[in-house]
Design a protein around this ligand. Structure first.
Ligand code: MSP
Length: 664
C-alpha cells in the first residue's frame, strides 16, 4: 500500500545575519513534526531554505564589500552558517531551497509571466519616500524623524513604475477561506487578519521594484526585479519541481498541497492572505493549514540582531546538547503564543526534566537490573497492586500524545510523557525494589517492577524520538530495545518487550548542571560573542531602549495592555557617572511619591550636570532589576529615542508638568 504523504515547511530565512534562537525554534518544531509523521509511517517531505534576495541583503553585501551572492553564500554555506546550524541541531530536512538557485529563479519568472498574462499582475506606479543618495524607497513608518533610516538625510516624495498583483480581486474568497475553514491556525489569528486587513479593504500588492538590482529579473521587462513575496512564497512549490526541471514533476503531484506551513506570527498576513490569493490566481490547490506560532521574546521584547539582544543557539547547543535545547524549546513555550526566553529557564528545565526525572529513572532502572539480576530479568515475574495506575497511564499515553501532536501542541505532548515518567519515579518509591531485593521470595515481584519500569521507559522513549532523537538512541541501547520495538505501533503495546529483557547501565544521559555557576559563565560567553559580533561603536553601547528598531514592530497589544505600562514624569534629584561602567549613569529620580535609583546607559550622550533638575519620562512599574552583580537595583527606566546618528535623545518636560504626572 502506498504510504500516506505529509508535506511540511519552515519559512525560508533571510540570510542577512546569522540565525538566532527564534529561527531555531521554528525549525526545531517543524523537525519534531516531520519526525513524528515519519514515526507514524508517513512519506514525509520536509522543506526548509533561505530567502536570499532583496534590498537589505544588497545593502549588507555592499557594506561588507562583497557581492550579494558571496554574502549569502557565506551565511548559508559558510562556517557556523545556516546549514551548519541545522546540522548541529539535528534537523532532518529532506530538501533545502535557496531562492538564488537557478531552477527557482526561472520558475519564478514563468509564474510571474503567467499571472501577468492572466491580467492578475499589471503595471502601475509605486509611491513612497525616497532617499536619493541611498537610492532607497521607505515607507512613512520606516523613517526616523522624517529622514532616511540608513543615512539620516532628508527624503522626498517619489514614484516609480512597478508591477502590482490584483490582491483585491481575491478578497472575498480569501475571507471565506479564513472565516469558514481551519486553513489558518491557531483560530485566534483569524480575527486579526479579517478585521485588520481584509475588512478595511485589501490594496493591490506591489510585486516588482526598479530601485534595487538584487532580485529575480522580470524577464519580459528586465529593469524590474520581482519584489520579495512572489519570489519567497512560491519556494514551497518550486522546491517540488513546479515549473522547473530540477526535481521531477511527480514530486509536485505527490506532495502539493502542503499539509502545513509553520511560520511566525508576523508573516501570517503573507501566508494567509497573499499566498492563497496568489495560488488562486494560478489555479493551484491551497495548503491545508498555515500555523502562525508565537515569538520567543527576550526580556519581554523581540530579539533582533540590530538590537544586539539575540540568543546564539550555537553556544547553547554546544554546551548542553542539541537534544536538551530542542526539548526545552518545545516543552517550555506553547507553540501558538509568545514566550519569554531565559538561560535560567533552560537550565532549570534540563535539570528538572531531563537530568532528574528522565535521567534518574533510566539510571535507577538499569542500575537495579544490573545489581539484582546481572542485567537480564528472569522470566518468573509477579504482578502487584502498585502496577495498575502506572500501566494505565503508560497504555493511554500514545493516544493522548497523538491528539496533542495533531494539534501541534508540542508542549502538551511532552507534558503527557513526563507525567508518566514522574509516575514511574513515584512507583519506584512505592514498590521499594531495594526492600524486595532482600527476600529471595520477592524476586519475581522485583523482576516485574523492573520490567514495568523498562517498558514505561521504552514507550516514553519511542514517543520522545521526534524531540530528542540522539538521546533516544542511547536510552534504547541501555534498555536493550530491538528495532521493531521502537515503532509507533509498539508504543501502543505495553508488554511488547520480552520478559527476559537485558538492560545495562550506561553513561548519564543528561548530567545535572550547576545552575548558579553556569548562568554566570553563559552570561560571560554571550557578552563575549556579542562584543565580537558588534561593529565598533555600534548599538551594543546604546541604552537598552524599549523602542523597536526602524521597520520593526513589536507585537500588537490591546489598550488595556498598554495601560499596564505606568509611564510617569520624574525629576532628576541627583546624577553621577559610575566608576563601575563607562556607559551607565546613576540617577536618583523623584517620581512624585518617592525617590528611586535608575541606572541608565546614556553616559555617552548626557553629562550628569545636564540632567540634574530635569523632568523626564520614566517607566515606573518595571520590575526592579539587580545590576552590577546585585550591587545596585535599578527601579525603572528612562524613556529615550534613538537618534539618526546612533545617539540617544530624551524628551524633557517643562516645569508646567507636575512631577509624578502619569503619561498616557
Ligand atoms: N524570509 C521571510 C519568510 C519568507 S517565507 C516564504 C522571513 N524571514 S526571517 O528570517 O525574517 O524570519 C523567518 C522566521 O523566523 C519567521 O517565521 C519569524 O517569525 C521567525 N522568527 C524570527 N525571530 C523569532 C523569534 N524571536 N521567535 C520565534 N520566531 C521568530 O520572514
Amino acid at each position: 500500500m502506498e504510504k500516506k504523504k505529509f508535506y511540511i515547511t519552515t519559512p525560508i530565512y533571510y540570510p542577512s545575519d546569522k540565525l538566532h534562537i527564534g529561527h531555531t525554534y521554528c525549525t526545531v518544531a517543524t523537525d519534531a513534526m516531520a519526525r513524528y509523521k515519519r514515526l507514524q509511517g508517513y512519506d514525509v517531505m520536509f522543506l526548509t531554505g533561505t530567502d536570499e534576495h532583496g534590498q537589505k541583503i544588497e545593502n549588507k553585501a555592499t557594506e561588507a564589500g562583497v557581492t550579494p551572492k558571496q554574502f549569502v553564500d557565506n551565511i548559508v554555506e559558510g562556517p557556523r552558517g545556516v546549514k551548519d546550524l541545522w546540522k548541529l541541531m539535528n534537523i532532518s530536512y529532506d530538501r533545502f531551497i535557496r531562492t538564488t538557485d537557478d531552477y527557482h529563479v526561472s520558475a519564478i519568472q514563468k509564474i510571474f509571466k503567467k499571472m501577468y498574462e492572466k491580467g492578475d499582475i499589471y503595471k502601475g506606479t509605486y509611491k513612497g519616500k525616497y532617499c536619493t543618495p541611498c537610492e532607497s524607497f521607505w515607507t512613512e513608518s520606516q523613517l526616523v524623524n522624517g529622514c532616511c533610516p540608513d543615512c539620516g538625510r532628508p527624503v522626498v516624495d517619489a514614484e516609480e513604475e512597478a508591477y502590482f498583483f490584483r490582491l483585491s480581486k481575491y478578497a472575498d474568497r480569501v475571507r471565506d477561506l479564513l472565516v469558514n475553514t481551519d486553513f489558518l491556525l491557531p483560530r485566534s489569528r483569524v480575527n486579526e487578519m479579517v478585521h485588520n486587513f481584509i475588512d478595511p479593504g485589501l490594496d493591490d500588492l506591489c510585486v516588482s521594484r526598479t530601485s534595487f538590482k538584487w532580485g529575480i529579473p522580470v524577464d519580459f521587462d528586465p529593469k524590474h526585479v520581482v519584489y520579495v513575496w512572489i519570489d519567497a512564497l512560491f519556494n514551497y512549490t518550486t522546491a517540488l519541481g513546479f515549473m522547473n526541471d530540477r526535481y521531477p514533476d511527480s514530486d509536485y503531484e505527490k506532495y502539493w498541497p502542503a499539509d502545513v506551513h509553520f511560520i511566525g506570527k508576523e508573516i501570517v498576513r503573507f501566508h494567509s492572505i497573499i499566498w492563497p490569493a496568489m495560488l488562486m490566481s494560478m489555479d493551484m490547490p491551497l495548503p491545508k493549514h498555515v500555523f502562525g506560532h508565537g515569538w520567543l521574546l527576550l526580556d519581554g521584547g523581540k530579539m533582533s540582531k540590530s538590537k544586539g539582544n539575540v540568543v546564539d543557539p550555537y553556544i547553547l547547543a554546544e554546551r548542553y546538547s542539541a537534544d536538551a535545547l530542542r526539548y526545552f524549546l518545545l516543552r517550555d513555550f506553547p507553540f501558538g503564543t509568545d514566550g519569554n526566553f531565559s538561560n535560567e529557564l533552560l537550565i532549570n528545565r534540563i535539570n528538572m526534566d531531563l537530568a532528574n526525572d528522565l535521567g534518574n529513572l533510566l539510571s535507577r532502572t538499569t542500575a537495579m537490573a544490573d545489581k539484582y539480576f546481572g542485567g537480564t530479568l528472569p522470566a518468573e515475574q509477579a504482578e502487584g497492586p502498585e502496577d495498575a495506575e502506572l500501566l494505565a497511564m503508560a497504555k493511554a499515553l500514545r493516544d493522548k500524545y497523538e491528539a496533542d501532536m495533531e494539534k501541534y501542541a508540542f508542549q502538551n505532548a511532552l507534558a503527557d510523557i513526563f507525567a508518566v515518567i514522574a509516575r514511574a519515579n513515584k512507583y519506584i518509591d512505592e514498590t521499594a525494589p531495594w526492600v524486595l531485593a532482600k527476600q529471595e521470595s520477592d524476586r519475581p515481584r522485583l523482576a516485574r517492577v523492573l520490567y514495568n519500569l523498562a517498558e514505561v521507559l521504552r514507550i516514553c522513549t519511542v514517543l520522545l524520538q521526534p524531540f530528542t532523537p540522539t538521546t533516544c538512541v542511547k536510552i534504547f541501547e541501555q534498555l536493550g530495545v530491538a528495532d521493531e520495538l521502537k515503532t509507533w505501533d509498539s508504543a501502543a503495546n505495553f508488554g511488547a518487550m520480552p520478559a527476559t529483557a537485558t538492560l545495562h547501565k550506561g553513561a548519564n544521559i543528561f548530567p545535572r548542571i550547576d545552575a548558579a555557576k553556569e548562568l554566570v559563565e553563559l552570561e560571560a560567553l554571550e557578552a563575549k560573542a556579542k562584543a565580537a559580533a558588534a561593529p565598533a561603536e555600534k548599538p551594543a553601547e546604546k541604552p537598552a531602549a524599549p523602542v523597536a528598531e526602524i521597520g520593526e514592530h513589536e507585537p500588537e497589544i490591546s489598550f488595556d495592555e498598554f495601560c499596564k505600562v505606568e509611564l510617569r514624569v520624574a525629576e532628576v534629584r541627583a546624577c553621577e557617572a559610575m566608576k563601575e561602567s563607562k556607559k551607565l549613569l546613576h540617577l536618583t529620580v523623584f517620581d512624585g511619591e518617592r525617590e528611586r535609583c535608575i541606572l541608565s546607559g546614556i553616559a555617552k550622550w548626557y553629562k550628569p550636570e545636564d540632567l540634574v533638575g530635569k523632568r523626564l519620562p520614566i517607566v515606573a512599574n518595571l520590575a526592579p532589576r539587580p545590576m552590577m552583580k546585585g550591587k545596585y537595583v535599578s527601579e525603572g527606566m528612562i524613556v529615550a529615542a534613538d537618534t539618526a546618528d546612533g545617539g540617544c535623545s530624551i524628551a524633557f518636560f517643562g516645569e508646567d508638568v507636575p512631577v509624578g504626572t502619569r503619561i498616557h
